[in-house]
Design a protein around this ligand. Sequence first.
Ligand code: PRP
Ligand code: ZN
Ligand code: MG
Length: 224
Amino acid sequence: MRPRDRLRIAMQKSGRLTEPAQDLLTRCGFTFRQSRDKLFCFGEGEPVDLLLVRDDDIPGLIAQGVCDLGIVGRNVLNEYELTTGRDDAVALAEWRGLGFGRCRLSLAVPQELDYAGVADLAGKRIATSYPGLLGRWLRERGIDAGVVTLAGSVEIAPRLGTADAICDLVQSGGTLLANQLREADVVLESEALLVGPRTLPADERGDLVELLLKRIDGVIQVRE
Ligand code: PRP
Ligand code: ZN
Ligand code: MG
């Protein structure tokens, strides 16, 4: 990877983290101009640019050195850590919890299904986009259940008959309600994180990370 003299931060292109993440950086005093293809935002003052991508790709982009930092949910970071082969998994650190994008990764069952506890999941098929986190949670509880991995639209799996339950993100609960599902158990509490490699780059980018962290801490303090 060619050394870069500008800091590059990956963030979600469109989704629940996009607006609050851009808002945070604006409050930190960074201003950007968006490229025509909407993939990049070029920093106008400090040499700090944004790369707008799918949230699921962010940990990998940092691990590969394509980006220096990322703003991504704990759910995505932990799933990456659990499912990526050891060779590829550069140790990533949670630099800061950002306090927005709060949601939970939860088990949900059809409204009419009884759920007294995790033992009721034994032998059931559970649809999820988080096989790593769900698999670990089930293993820790000694539950043998089938995990059906889907990239999206997990909430319709019970109606299609391809799963008995789901494990997906819940924020307002609107998606569950619309699909006649109810939250049964919480697997992970999540929020947006500033994520980066465990060691700072040893060039100007390291100084920029320190500047960014200082400003983020200031913004978070004001908000609290
Ligand atoms: C999640 C989840 C549900 C929705 C739940 O998707 O898959 O579709 O949010 O939110 P609610 O409880 O407020 O209805 P999200 O768009 O975050 O992520 P994805 O596009 O990466 O699946
Ligand atoms: Zn996603
Ligand atoms: Mg979704």
